[in-house]
Design a protein around this ligand. Structure first.
Ligand code: BYC
Length: 489
C-alpha cells in the first residue's frame, strides 16, 4: 500500500501520520495528541486480547485507502498489530439537515448540542464497547480455523471491529473533552465475560465457543450492528452520522461471512447426507457419524443466537428510544425514505406484548415503540437470510426447513423476559421449560459434538470436513491461495 502523504483525492486517507485519517488530524493537534496517547494502550489491548497465537502471522487483509465506495479497499499481507487502523468518515454534505424529532429541518449539528451531550456520549460509548468485546469473544477461534480462507475472514472481521472502536474513540476524544478521554480509556479496560468489568450489553459477554457460533454471531449480531449503525447514521449530530456511514460499508462483509459461513455448513451437511443415502434429517446420530453438523443442531444454534441478539434492541417500549428520537440523535432504519411527519407525535405502532398471560399485538405510541420497530426491521432482514439457507437445503433435496424462533423465546430483556415460551410462542411452566429446553437450545452433548469437529485445517486449498469450500475466493484469489502465512515470524 502506498503510505505517501495525503493525496488531493476527495476521500483519500492520509497515511503520512501515525494515525491514518481523512479528517485532517494533521491540523488538529489536540485530538492528534489525545489519540497518540491512547494508541499504545490500544496496541497493548490488541496484543493481549486480540487473536491468540497469530500476531506475527502475515494475513491477507484489506485496508481502506479512500472512502470512495468503489476504491476504498486495498489488499495486501499485514501482521495484525501493524494494521493501519484509522479514522475514516464519509464525506460531509454541507446541506444536510436534521431529518426527525423536535429539531427537524435545522442544519445538521457539527458540534454536540449541550443539552444532548450525556445521551450522545452514552450512545457512542455503548456502540464503542461492542467492538472490542467481539474481538475478545473471538480471540481463540484462529486455532481451530476450518481453512486459511476462514481464518483470514475472522481476522479481517477482527481488525475492522478494532477500527470501529477507533471510530467511536475519535468522536469521544474530539467532541467530549475530559470525560470523552475517560470513556475512551474505559473501552480498553472492560472485558467480555469479566465478572467485575464486563462489557456493557448482554450478548457481548457470552462465549463464542466454536466456528458455527462465530458464523451465527456474524449473521445475527453483526446484523444488529448494521441496524443500530443505520439508525445512528441518521443522527442530527453529523460527525456520528458520517462515521457510521463509513462503518456500514465494512459491516457488509461481516454479514457476508456469517451468511455464507452458515450456508456452507448447511451445504456440506446436506451433501454428506445425500452421499450416504440418509433421508431423515432428524436421525442425528447417523448424520453426526458422517462428521458433519446435523440440521437440528444448526436450528438450535439459531435458537440461541437470535434471542440473544433481539435483547440488544432494548425494551419494546422505551422512553430512552423516544428521547433519542425526539432529540434528533438516533433515527429509524431508512428514516429519510419513510413517508410520515418524522415527529411521531400522534402515530401508533403495533407492539407484541404480554397481556393477561397471553401474547398479543397492542397499538402503542410510535415514539416509545421505536426499539420494537427497529427490531421488526431486523427480523425481516434475518428472515431473508434464513430463506436463502432454506433454498440450499431444498436444492439438495433434504426435507427440512430452518425457522426463526418466536420473539418471545428465551428472552432476557423486554416484554418476555419473565416468561418461558416455546420457539412457536406457546407459554410454558418452569417444569415444562426445563423438560423441553435441551430440544430447543444446544445441550452439553451438542456442544461436545461440535467441539470434537473443531480441528484446525490449514492446508492450502483445504477445508474441514464439516464445511463446504466457498464459491469464490477473497479478492478473486485462487482456491489454494495462502491467505494466512502462519509462521511468518
Ligand atoms: N444489555 O430503554 P431500554 C454492534 C439497558 S451491535 C444490557 O430498554 P434503550 C456489533 C439500557 O442501556 C450494536 N443492558 O433500551 C455487532 C438502559 O439502561 P439505563 C451496538 C441493556 O436504551 C457485532 C436500560 O436497560 N450498538 O455494533 O432504548 C460485532 C433500559 O433500556 C440492554 C448499539 O446498541 C442489553 N441488551 O436501548 C461488533 C447502539 N438493553 O439507560 C459490533 C447504541 C437495554 O437505564 N445503543 N439495556 O442505565 C442504543 O441505541 C441503546 O442503548 C440500546 C438500548 C439499543 C442498546
Amino acid at each position: 500500500m502506498s503510505q505517501s502523504s495525503a493525496s488531493a483525492d476527495i476521500g483519500a486517507v492520509d497515511y503520512s501520520v501515525k494515525i491514518p485519517n481523512n479528517v485532517g488530524l494533521v491540523n488538529d493537534a489536540r485530538v492528534l495528541k489525545a489519540l497518540e496517547q491512547w494508541h499504545p494502550g490500544y496496541i497493548d489491548w490488541w496484543n493481549t486480547m486480540g487473536p491468540e497465537g497469530f500476531q506475527t502471522s502475515d494475513v491477507y487483509l484489506r485496508t481502506a485507502v479512500s472512502i470512495d465506495p468503489k476504491g476504498w479497499a486495498q489488499f495486501g499481507f499485514v501482521k495484525m498489530p501493524e494494521y493501519r487502523w484509522g479514522i475514516l468518515l464519509a464525506p460531509q454534505d454541507q446541506s444536510r439537515k436534521v431529518h426527525f424529532g423536535a429539531s427537524q429541518g435545522e442544519a445538521a449539528w457539527q458540534d454536540v448540542p449541550g443539552e444532548h451531550r450525556a445521551s450522545l456520549r452514552r450512545l457512542i460509548v455503548i456502540q464503542g464497547d461492542t467492538e472490542p468485546a467481539s474481538v475478545e469473544q473471538q480471540r481463540h477461534l484462529g486455532k481451530t480455523a476450518p481453512s486459511l480462507y476462514d481464518m483470514r475472514n475472522l481476522f479481517q472481521v477482527n481488525v475492522e471491529e478494532g477500527r470501529h472502536l477507533w471510530a467511536m474513540v475519535y468522536l469521544l476524544q474530539k467532541y467530549f473533552g475530559r470525560d470523552g478521554r475517560e470513556e475512551a480509556e474505559g473501552l480498553l479496560e472492560r472485558r467480555s465475560g469479566d465478572k467485575d468489568k464486563p462489557r456493557m450489553l448482554g450478548a457481548f459477554n457470552e462465549a463464542t465457543p466454536d466456528w458455527l457460533s462465530f458464523f451465527m454471531f456474524t449473521f445475527f449480531t453483526d446484523r444488529d450492528g448494521k441496524m443500530q449503525l443505520e439508525s445512528l447514521a441518521q443522527s442530527g449530530f453529523d460527525p456520528l452520522s458520517r462515521t457510521c456511514r463509513f462503518m456500514l460499508t465494512e459491516e457488509a462483509h461481516h454479514m457476508f461471512v456469517g451468511e455464507t459461513g452458515v450456508g456452507r455448513v448447511i451445504e456440506r451437511t446436506c451433501e454428506a447426507m445425500k452421499a450416504a443415502g440418509i433421508e431423515d434429517p432428524t436421525d442425528v446420530a447417523k448424520v453426526r457419524a458422517l462428521g458433519v453438523i446435523d440440521l437440528p443442531t444448526i436450528q438450535k444454534k439459531m435458537n440461541m443466537h437470535f434471542p440473544l441478539t433481539l435483547d440488544l434492541f432494548g425494551s419494546e417500549i422505551s422512553t430512552n428510544a423516544a428521547n433519542f428520537y425526539n432529540a434528533g440523535l438516533k433515527g429509524r432504519f431508512m428514516e429519510t425514505k419513510i413517508d410520515d411527519d418524522h415527529r411521531l407525535t400522534s402515530a401508533t405502532y403495533p407492539v407484541l406484548k404480554l397481556v393477561d398471560g397471553q401474547i398479543r399485538m397492542v397499538e402503542e405510541p410510535a415514539l416509545t415503540a421505536l426499539n420494537m420497530r427497529l427490531r421488526d426491521d431486523y427480523v425481516k432482514d434475518c428472515q431473508g437470510g434464513v430463506n436463502r439457507w432454506n433454498k440450499i437445503i431444498e436444492k439438495l433435496g433434504i426435507k427440512f426447513q430452518l425457522k426463526l424462533p418466536s420473539v418471545a423465546f428465551n428472552r432476557h430483556i423486554g416484554e418476555f423476559r419473565d416468561v418461558n415460551a416455546s420457539p412457536d410462542a406457546k407459554l410454558l411452566s418452569d417444569t415444562e421449560w426445563i423438560k423441553m429446553k435441551d430440544q430447543w437450545l444446544p445441550s452439553k452433548d451438542d456442544g461436545d459434538f461440535i467441539d470434537s469437529l473443531m480441528q484446525p485445517c490449514w492446508g492450502l486449498g483445504r477445508y474441514a470436513g464439516w464445511i463446504a469450500a466457498p464459491k469464490i475466493g477473497i479478492d478473486s484469489k485462487s482456491g489454494d491461495f495462502e491467505y494466512v502465512k502462519i509462521h511468518a515470524a
